[in-house]
Design a binder for this molecule. Structure first.
Ligand code: ADP
Length: 279
């Protein structure tokens, strides 16, 4: 897969938009009998260092938008820019972390973390030093020489975050990264992510269908409609962190987001039932 090189112009151009989406649409398998409209007319600007959650019913196109921003898929309408450059392919500036971490089981933790650097051609000492620093930032410096199967699920996700950080991304794209973890571990990972995000100064785009998670983490919550996903509204969260989930403000936000999502979840369910009946 082609990858955009990081040019001096790209790193020196001042730009206030980390990710800009202009009337972005995506129809999967466009022009075929299986054409499937996932996203319609998404207009969205994300600032440098901003933490934005994408919230919406299952199947509304949240992950699709993340893949488009990552450059892994192409929009069928509109345009996406990152720091003033059109997104046409994956770039080390934008790292994607999935729900299920795919670490290479035969590599040690530090080798996994520095895998992208080896593709880039960095030498052994450089790779090891960057991996050590990234692992320190996620609290796993002691696990450098371990293998993935010696780690818990939460630790493996932290390795995935370290692997993403090792590339020094300007934008961290996270697709329900904690969904497979138990509730307590998820909570810990949320606290940890806030610390990492603050230190890295990257923008974070975080897909979730958990209202609690969006309220705990985000500066803004983008609420999507049922498929085809459009932006229903954007809810700003202007509360200091760490946030008390039992505070009146968080409670009010959860209620607001629940109300906003209710109709969309009902519509998504109705569509899925109709699809199941037509099969
Ligand atoms: P979400 O992340 O909100 O759950 P997705 O972005 O995964 O939603 O999916 C949006 C819609 O696009 C769904 O109907 C899904 O089935 C469809 N879809 C996702 N990926 C593909 C693909 N690679 N090919 C065809 N359809 C897809």
């Amino acid at each position: 897969m082609a990858s955009e090189p990081r040019t001096p112009a790209e790193t020196s151009t001042p730009c206030t938009t980390a990710v800009g989406c202009r009337t972005v649409s995506k129809v999967w398998a466009q022009g075929t009998a299986r054409a499937h409209e996932a996203l319609r007319d998404i207009d969205l600007d994300i600032g440098p260092g901003e933490f934005v959650a994408f919230l919406g019913p299952s199947g509304c196109g949240k992950s699709t938008l993340l893949y488009l921003i990552a450059g892994l898929e192409q929009a069928t309408g509109g345009e996406i820019q990152s720091f003033g450059k059109v997104v046409a392919a994956p770039s080390p500036d934008r790292s994607l972390i999935f729900q299920e971490t795919s670490l290479f089981p035969w590599l040690t933790v530090w080798q996994n973390v520095s895998f992208g650097l080896s593709i880039r051609g960095d030498g052994l000492d450089q790779r090891k030093s960057v991996a050590r620093e990234a692992l320190q930032r996620v609290g796993l410096a002691e696990a450098m020489e371990k293998r993935p199967d010696e780690l818990s699920g939460g630790m493996r996700q932290r390795v995935a975050v370290a692997r993403a950080l090792a590339m020094r991304p300007k934008v961290l794209l996270m697709d329900e990264p904690f969904a497979a973890l138990d509730v307590q571990t998820r909570q810990k990972m949320q606290d940890f992510l806030i610390d990492v995000w603050r230190e890295s100064s990257a923008s974070v785009l975080f897909v979730t269908h958990h209202i609690d998670e969006a309220v705990a983490l985000a500066d803004r919550v983008v609420v999507f409609t049922a498929r085809p996903g459009r932006i229903k509204t954007i809810v700003p969260i202007d509360l200091p962190r760490p946030r008390d989930p039992f505070s009146r403000e968080c409670e009010a936000l959860r209620r607001q987001l629940t109300d906003l999502l209710r109709d969309e979840v009902d519509r998504a369910f109705a569509e899925q039932e109709a699809l199941a009946e037509s099969v």
